[in-house]
Ligand binder design. Structure first.
Ligand SMILES: Nc1nc2c(ncn2[C@@H]2O[C@H](COP(=O)(O)OP(=O)(O)OP(=O)(O)O)[C@@H](O)[C@H]2O)c(=O)[nH]1
Ligand SMILES: [Mg+2]
Ligand SMILES: [Zn+2]
Length: 313
């Protein structure tokens, strides 16, 4: 039966579950359940989801209280990753975000640094400011050396790190301040405590959390939807499902080092331009690695990504 068209309005996508999108005209919190009619495609961007949380869309209100999405506004930015399985399909995690928090744990579960570096490169490539949350600080008594090394690597690269614990409350007030007035995103592997942190930021939210288990102490992929939560202390935060692996989408070989802030700062000094900072003589980046000004860990992550990029081309 045809439904009558009512008003057309703009709103932000605040939740995505399969075929449904909830939208709300932020800062007003009044989510309406919408569907997409027909195909909405963004030119030249082939992704599994044409619309992501954080997108601003136009929708037509329907008599039954729901809506039909008719248009996506152009995006200020977005975070996109490639699935690490064979399909290597691209997926937009979220759009129009002011800050991306990488929720990282050195133990319980241990996150591999290549995950962090790929996430951070993607944030740089799409102009999303990134902040690292080093969570579960209450469990790191026996990992002090790893903590210090981790902080050294990423602060010298140019990233802010906030150490947090949802058990002791460490860092929560600092995080609240950063979130005020912004749309932020938490991302990370399963079990790092993304949903627990959001519950700490605003205890009225009561998001579902899951224990970590098994021999490798991994998370159980408790959060399954992408969802925006309004924080009572100000700002909106997007909880996301844990990611297994973060596949980079295509980045040109010559461009990759621009997304390592510590390399970008000095690559003007390379004799050749463009320089891949691998075999070229007179390379300022290699020199900085030798002098210890760029960490060997980040440089080897860079080389790994270069190699992988070549492989899929
Ligand atoms: N000791 C300690 N445990 C924590 C902390 N934060 C979270 N946890 C525990 O870690 C487990 C996983 O927490 P979740 O918040 O569900 O993790 P998540 O990142 O949302 O996981 P997914 O939704 O699966 O991606 C739960 O048992 C939490 O209680 C922390 O700061 N310290
Ligand atoms: Mg979760
Ligand atoms: Zn160079």
């Amino acid at each position: 039966m045809p439904v009558e068209k009512l008003e057309r309005e703009s709103a932000t996508v605040v939740k995505h579950t399969g075929s449904h999108y909830w939208v709300s005209p932020l800062p007003v919190w009044d989510p309406v359940c919408c569907v997409v009619r027909g195909k909405i495609r963004i030119k030249e961007l082939h992704t599994t989801n044409p619309i992501a949380v954080g997108d601003i869309v136009d929708y037509e209100k329907q008599e039954d209280g729901g809506g039909i999405i008719t248009r996506i506004h152009s995006r200020k930015n977005y975070i996109i990753r490639k699935s690490v399985n064979l399909s290597r399909q691209a997926h937009i995690i979220a759009a129009n975000i002011d800050i991306a928090f990488l929720v990282y744990t050195l133990a319980f579960p241990e996150t591999i640094t290549t995950f962090a570096d790929r996430f951070l490169v993607t944030c740089e490539a799409y102009r999303v400011p990134a902040v690292i949350i080093l969570n579960k600080s209450d469990l790191l008594e026996n990992f002090r050396e790893n903590v210090e090394r981790f902080k050294e690597i990423y602060t010298s690269a140019g990233y802010r790190i906030i150490e947090t614990s949802s058990v002791t409350g460490e860092g929560i007030e600092e995080l609240r301040e950063v979130c005020k007035g912004k749309l932020s995103l938490v991302s990370g592997i399963s079990g790092t405590g993304k949903s627990s942190l959001i519950n700490c930021l605003d205890p009225t939210l009561r998001l579902r959390t899951g224990e970590i288990s098994g021999y490798h102490l991994q998370g159980k992929h408790t959060t399954t939807f992408y969802e925006v939560h309004p924080l009572s202390t100000g700002g909106y935060i997007i909880d996301t499902p844990g990611i297994r692996g973060f596949g980079l989408i295509e980045i040109e070989e010559e461009e990759l080092s621009h997304y390592f802030p510590e390399m970008l700062r000095i690559l003007k000094g390379c004799r050749f331009a463009p320089c891949t900072h691998t075999h070229e003589p007179g390379c300022a980046v290699k020199e900085a690695v030798e002098k210890g000004e760029i960490s060997p860990e980040r440089y080897s992550s860079y080389l790994g990504m270069l190699e992988e990029e070549g492989k899929y081309r």
